[in-house]
Design a protein around this ligand. Structure first.
Ligand SMILES: [Zn+2]
Ligand SMILES: [Zn+2]
Length: 344
């Protein structure tokens, strides 16, 4: 089968590899669509997958049709499915406490598209209990957006956003925009989104759920926000993982405000802990999502309560993946989310 391998920093190589064989246990699917995620861009830059895995086939935001149902008696060939790209051990302290998204053994296990073969390929082998049937009303491109929608839901829940809250979201990429959508659904009274890129600012104001979009470099931002919120935001979700974004969020929160760090940065960061201390800010970090949050994302997309397709600014195919990564990494292209259509 055709696949695309990450063979080095910024090197995507088309390869012909053996397709996964039915083994009576795993579900084998024919991939139809797979989104390019921010974490894929991190892997692409470094040339290595999670935990330093070489020659990774990336892709963890996917949809497809069942080729072989494995041990899932409720599935049949041709069923449309997606799956959680998680492989919790079920035995470690985190798993036993129900936090399967932060399984302590994760790095040593098979997480599709992160440290084992993912969906930038024609077919894919999946852990059976992670597979979810797709409702007919969710198309393949929307289905590729379920995973990031679940990521955003987990962040919004961690921030404890509820009716009446004022919320700052820093970063107008897919996760920032999806966090704004969930914050609105959760009853937030005022959502401000900060973004530097001119394209992303205008995209967010045309398509997003934020009430106002700000350039964080605007010197009046702080005073405007203090007036509008009566002394700072109740909660902030930081998706950029940039020092400046984290520090701005800390400064814009009210005393006892809540900060969720939802971005990924592999480097040591310069964070103004004095600001966090002076306001007794609660800081939380998040990773992935729980299975029930993934299922909630499916439900809300199915019911059209969250519109994910509008965030997909482009599609490509396996042959065009290289260019798509270059475009997303350039920081100058007018893209929010690119979905690779593999078999459709
Ligand atoms: Zn992702
Ligand atoms: Zn575990």
């Amino acid at each position: 089968m055709k696949a695309v391998k990450l063979s080095g920093p910024k090197q995507l190589e088309p390869v012909d590899i053996e397709a996964p064989e039915p083994d009576g246990k795993h579900v084998i699917i024919k991939v139809s669509a797979c989104g390019i995620c921010g974490s894929d861009l991190h892997y692409w830059h470094s040339g290595l997958g999670m935990g330093g895995v070489p020659d990774l086939i990336m892709g963890h935001e996917f949809a497809g049709t069942v080729i072989d149902p494995g041990n899932r008696a409720d599935l049949a060939a041709g069923d449309r499915v997606t799956a959680l790209p998680l492989d919790p051990c079920g035995l470690c302290a985190a798993c036993r406490a129900g936090h399967v998204n932060i399984c302590l053994k994760a790095l040593k296990r098979s997480i599709p598209g992160n440290n084992s073969a993912g969906a930038f390929a024609e077919s894919l082998k999946l852990r059976p209990d992670m597979v979810r049937k797709l409702p007919d009303s969710i198309n393949d491109v929307e289905a590729a957006m379920i995973e990031p929608t679940a990521v955003a839901l987990h962040a919004v829940r961690a921030a404890g956003i509820g009716p009446g809250d004022s919320v700052m979201i820093s970063g107008g990429g897919p996760i920032g925009l999806l966090c704004a959508a969930w914050a609105k659904i959760s009853g937030a009274a005022y959502i401000a989104l900060t973004e530097i890129s001119a394209f992303r600012k205008s995209f967010a104001s045309d398509n997003g759920d934020a009430d106002e979009i700000f350039d964080p470099a605007n010197p009046d931002f702080g005073s405007q926000i203090m007036k509008k919120t009566g002394g700072g935001f109740d909660a902030a979700i930081e998706t950029s993982a940039a020092d400046a974004g984290i520090n701005l969020a800390l400064m814009m929160l009210k005393p006892k405000g809540r900060l969720v760090l939802a971005g990924i940065n592999a480097h040591t960061q310069a964070v103004l802990t004095i600001v966090a201390a002076a306001r007794e800010i609660t800081q939380k970090s998040v990773m992935a999502y729980l299975p029930e949050e993934f299922d909630t994302a499916i439900d809300y997309i199915k019911q059209n309560r969250i519109n994910v397709e509008k965030l997909v600014t482009n599609t490509t195919d396996l042959a065009g993946l290289d260019t798509a990564f270059e475009r997303l990494a350039s920081g100058e292209s007018e893209e929010i989310k690119i979905v690779c259509k593999t078999g459709i």
